[in-house]
Write a protein that binds this ligand. Structure first.
Ligand code: HSE
Length: 301
């Protein structure tokens, strides 16, 4: 069996709605081999389909079909660490992993850039799927079926504190909360901040993050879908985090913090959540991640 290791991602990075994202050092592992029929094993207690509707299976099958190659079926073993429907790119991880794994089984007929395009088309927006495949910090724009992207490493000094609610928020529901149109001032507000975010990441200008992470395109509409979010943002503010934002479509709230204070802020976040009675919420301290890659059986263990 081949093994694919694929990262969690944080999309809508600050003001970069549907356009900026980053890979995190928190990974799912997917083992795949060709098989007569569909055999899917889930190695944890995550509730995901084990029939042909499984997203990894569907994605891999689509690549076989696209390459004009016969598809017999697959045996998939799936280990899910990335929580589902929490704004940490669990669907993108399935899509990126399914594409990379199938491409490997097929003898690598597709270039990485083609997989990036296919992943974004399947996901619908490129800000999770592109960093899931490429790693690091990514700016991405879709033009027709093609993703134009630029990538750079995240600054070494940057840490992430993910505060993960105990409830799911489906991207489709979170998108329905958004208006169809915006006023010009809000467009300019986000344009200027997402441009500032992109260059600040590339240059390590972390002092800009507080302004660069502000958003008027999705957060004001989605906050009401995440009870407790305002209090968590206040917590990050009191901890003097660089910034905080809704990761992806939510429900995770992401604090951008100095890497050398990440552990302390994680501990403080745990205590804060317990004091609020939010005991089922999770806290993760994360750093920059690598893009999806084929690993040895040893590494995947
Ligand atoms: N950018 C998407 C959204 C989620 O906010 O709906 C990540 O793909």
């Amino acid at each position: 069996m081949i093994c694919v290791k694929v990262p969690a991602t944080t999309a809508n990075f600050g003001a970069g709605f549907d356009s900026l994202g980053a890979a995190l050092d928190y990974y799912n592992c997917i083992w795949m081999e060709e098989w007569d029929g569909c055999w899917i094993e889930i190695l944890d207690d995550t509730d995901v389909p084990t029939d042909e509707t499984n997203l990894i299976y569907q994605t891999a099958k689509a690549l076989y079909e696209r390459c004009g190659r016969p598809f017999r079926g697959l045996h998939i073993r799936q280990e899910n660490r990335i929580p589902t429907a929490r704004g940490l790119g669990s669907s993108s991880a399935c899509i990126a992993g399914g594409l990379l794994g199938a491409n490997e089984l097929l003898g690598r007929p597709c270039e990485l850039a083609q997989l990036v395009d296919l992943a974004a088309a399947m996901e619908g927006h490129p800000d999770n799927s592109t960093p899931a495949l490429l790693g690091g910090f990514v700016a991405a724009a879709m033009e027709g079926e093609h993703v134009f992207w630029a990538q750079c490493p995240l600054p070494e000094e940057l840490g992430f504190v993910a505060v993960i609610p105990d409830f799911e928020l489906k991207t489709a529901d979170a998108r329905r909360a958004l208006p169809d149109q915006y006023v010009r001032a809000d467009g300019v507000y986000n344009l200027s901040r997402s441009a500032l975010m992109a260059i600040s990441m590339a240059q390590g200008k972390l002092e800009n993050l507080r302004i660069a992470a502000e958003d008027r395109l999705h957060q004001p509409y989605r906050l009401k879908l995440i009870p407790g979010a305002e209090q968590v943002f206040d917590f990050f503010d009191k901890q003097q985090a660089y910034a905080a934002y809704i990761s992806g479509a939510g429900s995770t709230l992401m604090g951008l913090v100095p890497a050398d204070r990440m552990k302390d802020i994680c501990q403080a976040a745990r205590a804060f959540l317990d004091a609020q009675g939010l005991c089922g919420w999770q806290v993760l301290g994360l750093r920059a991640g690598e893009g999806a890659r084929i690993v040895t059986a040893e590494e995947g263990r």
